[in-house]
Design a protein around this ligand. Structure first.
Ligand code: UDP
Length: 254
């Protein structure tokens, strides 16, 4: 790890000061936690895989015009990102019922939703990231209605694109969590995609067998956790036999 000033350490990542103003270095750890930090562990190689998977997905999203904080991958565990003011919301998108939606509303896990649902959770670990409505968000000033419109428009595009990308490699994108940030350029503010997109914050199921290839393997003690993350990278064509530096594209599965 480079000797840089550490700005923040989270559960799965560390942020360091970047080489130029307005940049940060995002370091991906192998540490895993769930149930709001009450269950912790290490998933060997997770940081390397999430760095690579998030680089790949953010780059593809950039190619279709989604603004993201990703600049470039620096090494196996670090990427250069643009510094943003994080909006304190977890934007969750759901295509298939699972997790908290199933437990809260009694909808059987695996039920395909008639349409994609966007949910907001207030990003606050001490409060267990509670589900909030637009009313709470605008009332407490976490974002205004124009910010929300931008986030929803981006989220729907991201969902359509990623659901198709994953389906092409035999994976169902069940649900995932996004975070957005404000980027200020010459007094103009833009909302851009931040954080990461990886099996830590997506539910990814094999389209044929429904086998889970994401952090639920850790959360629910299903075993073969490392293998799940590796399989996602392998299907995306970014887990090369020759090492992580090979950058070939996804292989399409029938
Ligand atoms: N998620 C996340 N961070 C959180 C909570 C959820 O990345 O703090 C992701 C999770 O991986 C899943 C989606 O958001 O893909 C929906 O999670 P859910 O609300 O079902 O919560 P969970 O069952 O994980 O507690």
């Amino acid at each position: 790890m480079a000797r840089r000033r550490q700005l923040y350490e989270g559960k799965a990542k560390i942020l360091f000061e970047g080489p130029e103003p307005g940049t940060l270095v995002q370091y991906f750890k192998d540490d895993a936690s769930s149930a709001n930090g009450t269950k912790t562990g290490v998933i060997t190689g997770k940081g390397v895989l999430n760095n690579r998977i998030s680089e790949y997905l953010m780059s593809r999203l950039g190619e279709i015009g989604i603004p993201t904080h990703f600049v470039r991958r620096l090494n196996m565990r670090e990427q250069l990102i643009r510094e943003v003011e994080i909006i304190p919301l977890e934007v969750v998108v759901r295509n298939v019922a699972a997790g908290s939606l199933s437990t809260r509303l009694g909808i059987a896990e695996g039920t395909r939703l008639p349409r994609s649902i966007i949910e907001y959770h207030f990003k606050n670990d001490a409060l267990n990231n509670p589900l909030v409505s637009e009313e709470h968000i605008t009332c407490f000033g976490w974002a205004n209605t124009a910010d929300l419109d931008d986030m929803v428009a981006l989220t729907l595009r991201i969902n359509d694109f990623l659901a198709g990308l994953f389906l092409g490699v035999g994976i169902t994108l069940v649900d995932f969590k996004l975070e957005f940030g404000r980027l200020w350029e010459n007094d103009e503010m833009r909302i851009i995609l931040a954080d990461e997109i990886s099996p830590d914050n997506c539910r990814l199921w094999d389209s044929k067998t429904q086998e889970k290839m994401d952090k639920d393997r850790f959360r629910r003690d299903l075993g073969k956790v490392e293998e799940g993350y590796q399989e996602v990278a392998r299907r995306l064509g970014i887990l090369p036999e020759a090492g992580m530096r090979d950058l070939k594209g996804p292989e399409t599965m029938q």
